[in-house]
Design a protein around this ligand. Structure first.
Ligand code: GLA
Length: 385
């Protein structure tokens, strides 16, 4: 720590009351984690928005805003120990308010698509606003990514807990859904652990995920076609041309979606395989091996950037992962440092239940009932070699 940071930490220790409600930053003499709080501006609604930066002594830093419970920056060292920000994003709140790509956001109430913007529970049909052709994408017109969340520090300063109440009828979904997303940066490991918890007062459906866009060479540093990817999945859910699953679970063997052995993302991305044509590249849900045989937190995906040596491992309790190769990025939205993020400037590994599950009884269920608690966990673990 620099002298300035030390002084700041001391000041913060004096201010610290557990709740991140005080102006200025706060942290932690004697606490395990360090959380710095600063203003991220005022939303168009007038709400004051903050930016919280968690850091550890292993060289990792994660900045999260309570606008959309969004990961704004994620700095991790390369093989030479040099840190870079490996997620796409914006320098300002305005970028996130106007953004359409879900950079770093918490996505809900239902991540990915619901076909025809409709589903039924117990014979009652719910109609959602359509925001993606004939479908509802990522929770609808104003998803959780555009909501203002409440933040508190927890777990000895290692965690930042964000909470949000999605009221009955919001974006067409039934039930008051109380959601908590806890972001944890352990003091001794370079990983971001995300815990999702939710309860409802009526039967509803939910699918929560984080939509970080990774470029392990550093955001804005070219495309990710040379990144080498491994997905621990033997099957995927093929889609129609509007990216709604057909219901089939197809073997990846013999297709360009086979990442059971480490393969460069760009190697087969332009093949004339109908699924790749529909997705304009990779934009599919893989059925994780864990969904078929294992319980608990298991390894879902591994991505490696040979240039920097940075490696990302994704572990999850979810049954699926949407691997999206940034096909819709077109450089039109200017990111951090005014950089244009072009097509395939990053990839997403969105751990989740399968898209359109409410309309596919053969997929793992996404129904949440009153009196039961939803919990799901995903870990983004970093290393370099
Ligand atoms: C998900 C979807 C993609 C795209 C992105 C956001 O990954 O599957 O089709 O909508 O989100 O741009």
């Amino acid at each position: 720590m620099t002298a300035k940071q030390n002084a700041r930490a001391l000041l913060c220790a004096l201010l610290f009351v557990g709740e991140l409600s005080l102006a200025g930053s706060l942290s932690s003499q004697g606490m395990r984690g360090i959380i710095r709080k600063e203003s991220f501006g005022k939303a168009a609604s007038g709400a004051r928005i903050d930016l919280y930066t968690l850091s550890n002594k292993k060289g990792m830093e994660v900045a999260i805003t309570n606008f959309g419970a969004t990961v704004v920056a994620l700095k991790v060292p390369d093989r030479a120990g040099k840190a870079a920000d490996v997620v796409l994003g914006f320098d300002t709140l305005e970028g996130y308010e106007n953004g359409t790509a879900y950079f770093g956001a918490t996505v809900g109430r239902y991540g990915n698509r619901i076909g025809g913007g409709q589903f039924s529970i117990d014979g009652k049909t719910y109609t959602l606003p359509k925001n993606n052709g004939n479908n509802t994408l990522h929770g609808g017109i104003v998803g959780f990514n555009k909501k203002v969340w409440k933040a508190i520090a927890a777990k000895d300063g290692e965690s930042l807990e964000m909470s949000y109440l999605s009221v009955d009828g919001e974006e067409g979904f039934p039930g008051n859904l109380s959601v908590k997303v806890a972001f944890t940066l352990p003091a001794d490991r370079n990983e971001l652990k995300i815990d999702y918890t939710a309860t409802t007062d009526q039967d509803t459906v939910l699918n929560l995920t984080n939509h970080s866009y990774f470029n392990l060479a550093g955001e804005g540093n070219g495309d990710i076609l040379d990144h080498v990817l491994m997905l621990h999945a033997k099957r995927f859910t093929p889609v129609d041309k509007t990216l709604i699953p057909t219901g089939e679970l197809r073997d990846v063997a013999g297709t360009p979606l086979d990442f059971t052995t480490a393969t460069a993302i760009g190697k087969r991305i332009s093949e004339n395989y109908e699924q790749l044509v529909f997705g304009k590249g990779y934009d599919h849900n893989w059925v994780l091996a864990r969904a078929e045989s294992e319980k608990g937190l298991t390894l879902a995906a591994e991505a490696y950037d040979p240039k920097s040596g940075r490696k990302l491992e994704v572990l999850t309790t979810e049954p699926g992962v949407q691997f999206y190769s940034g096909n819709f990025l077109d450089g039109s939205a200017k990111g951090k440092g005014n950089k244009a993020y072009g097509q395939r400037a990053a990839f997403c590994l969105e751990t989740q239940h399968f898209p359109d599950s409410p309309n596919h009884p053969n997929f793992p269920g996404t129904l949440l009932k009153p009196n039961s608690v939803f919990h799901s966990q995903t870990v983004f673990r970093f290393s370099a070699k």
